[in-house]
Design a protein around this ligand. Structure first.
Ligand code: FAD
Ligand code: SF4
Length: 492
């Protein structure tokens, strides 16, 4: 991480001083936040084209002027991978967009991804000084996406500087954002990094979970290609703990192992009727559609095409499922959420987009039973109306059933999206790993090291279902700590 002195030195560079002199803070603050151009809701709810269209160069230049280049920029500490936010934004303002992209890649392996899916409103943008001035924060996410896309479209993609090879072999288990971020940082430090992935595609949830209308696969592929060019090796269709054991990894000479296997085990509510045909988890539904391309005429993978679809839950996964159902022809697509919109964990933008696409929100409702037809296929759901009580352990007001307020609603597909748990395979197979009662791997929070000294872990396997950028932050932290540990050990 950069020290405060280094940051100040960069801020004092003459070109940044010139920019600050050009426009007063008052003038900068008077510019309104740029709107993201989007596809028309009626058009987009019938296809998989990316909804957000990205800023034009002109829009990005205007938005970049809104950043005040604060002497003590709080936005950076709101970013789990510590992107030098004012530095990349000021590079856009002076027209050096490729340099802005290079600054992003110093600390982030996936800027085009994060610019699209990070909950910026809860992270960097929530710390922007503009909030305190009663203004909208600088659109940091839009600008991040702009710089990364600009570089990709320019064709001159830069590869981060690599230290000379030290020949030390490192294994990464899982190719989601935690694994990719870790792999990138270790490759930069000169390690020989190999990523093992159970599925046939690299990217974890970025590929099998988040739909293309939010994050096109080609964007993820380009970022993975950069890692390949940095020397990272990828092996797909290998389940560590089954195909290859912990001992096999040692025998193959790996001196460090990073576990980034995510939390892919869907939770259910255990209510009557949940095992009916036509009731499935959002993981299964989205994996069928995103990874196996079900729903396309040339795919062998089947998927239920419901006309009256209920999605249970209020997170990003629920929004992705319900918007996918609309695209697969649902006439009535409903979100059934037991709290109110204020408590919804989904990104604000996803909720807005879902509403624009005609999704109905049944907030303060909870399903209590599903009813099937004579063939065992779901035909109705019974829902309980709720009200909000006192805040619970999560800090959100807890939902309480209103006695007697029960309704029956016709449905032909139910997608359950009420959270995920870690897959127990690695915790069971790597003897000596300590786990919590939720099945997450317990690590030292400063280093991400587990109870097995050569094994580090991060992302959803440590946190439970969290976010892309928190997973990436863990990857960075683990890489830094493993590097220090290995350098010390190898000097002895
Ligand atoms: P994952 O992305 O889950 O990757 C783990 C990888 O490990 C998988 O590819 C898996 O196949 C592989 N693996 C598992 N076990 C093994 C094994 N034994 N051997 C080899 N490989 C193995 N977050 C956001 O910030 N913004 C969003 O908009 C957002 N939307 C989401 C939408 C959906 C539908 C979902 C499901 C999640 C969303 N999230 C979002 C959450 C975010 O995607 C996750 O927090 C993040 O992907 C976790 O990263 P990870 O690297 O820990 O794990
Ligand atoms: Fe720019 Fe806002 Fe960060 Fe200040 S806090 S440097 S205004 S993005």
């Amino acid at each position: 991480m950069m020290t405060k002195e280094d940051m100040l030195a960069l801020r004092n560079e003459s070109w940044r001083e010139e920019l600050r002199k050009k426009l007063k803070n008052k003038e900068r603050a008077s510019i309104s936040r740029t709107h993201m151009p989007e596809l028309n809701p009626e058009y987009r709810s019938h296809n998989y084209e990316e909804v957000n269209q990205g800023l034009s160069l002109e829009q990005a230049l205007v938005e970049s002027k809104r950043c005040l280049d604060c002497p003590d920029p709080q936005c950076i500490s709101g970013c789990p991978v510590g992107i030098n936010i004012p530095m990349f934004i000021k590079n856009i303002e002076r027209g050096e967009v490729l340099e802005a992209a290079r600054v992003l890649k110093e600390t982030s392996a996936l800027p085009a991804v994060c610019g699209r899916v990070c909950p910026q409103e809860k992270q960097c943008e929530s710390r922007c000084i503009m909030n305190k001035m009663g203004k909208d924060p600088v659109a940091i996410g839009y600008l991040e996406r702009f710089a990364a896309d600009y570089e990709r479209e320019s064709g001159s993609i830069s590869i981060p500087k690599l230290d000379s090879s030290n020949g030390i072999k490192i294994a990464v288990v899982g190719s989601g954002p935690a694994g990719l971020s870790f792999a990138g940082d270790m490759a930069k430090s000169g390690y020989d990094v190999t990523v093992y992935e159970a599925l046939h595609e690299i990217g974890g949830v970025l590929k099998y979970g988040i739909p293309e209308f939010r994050l096109p696969n080609e964007i993820v592929d380009v970022e993975i290609e950069i890692l390949r060019k940095m020397g990272v090796k990828f092996h797909t269709n290998i389940i560590i703990g089954k195909t290859i054991s912990y001992e096999d990894l040692h025998d193959a000479g790996y001196q460090g192992i990073f576990i980034a296997t995510g939390a892919g085990l869907p939770n259910f509510m255990n209510i009557p009727g949940e095992n009916l045909s036509g009731v499935l988890s959002s993981n299964e539904y989205l994996t069928r559609v995103n990874l196996m391309h079900a729903g396309r005429s040339d795919s062998d993978t089947p998927v239920f095409l419901g006309k009256r679809v209920a999605v249970i839950g209020g997170g990003n996964t629920a929004m992705d499922s319900v918007r996918t159902a609309r695209r697969l022809g649902a006439e009535k697509a409903m979100i059934v959420y037991r709290r109110s919109e204020q408590e919804m964990p989904a990104r604000v933008e996803e909720v807005k987009h879902a509403k624009e696409e005609g999704v109905e929100f049944m907030n303060l409702y909870n399903p209590i039973e599903y009813i099937g037809n004579e063939k065992g296929k779901v035909k109705q759901m019974i829902v309980q109306k709720m009200e909000l009580g006192e805040p619970d352990a999560s800090g959100r007001r807890s939902p309480i059933p209103i006695e007697g307020a029960i309704e029956t609603i016709d449905v032909d597909l139910v997608i359950v999206s009420v959270g995920v748990s870690p897959n127990p395979l690695i915790p069971n197979e790597f003897k000596g790993l300590n786990t919590s009662r939720w099945g997450t791997i317990i690590v030292n929070q400063d280093t991400m090291q587990t109870d097995l000294s050569d094994v580090y872990a991060g992302g959803d396997i440590v946190r439970g279902g969290a976010t892309v950028i928190l997973a990436m932050g863990d990857g960075r932290k683990a890489a830094e700590a493993m590097h220090v540990g290995l350098q010390t050990n190898n000097k002895k």
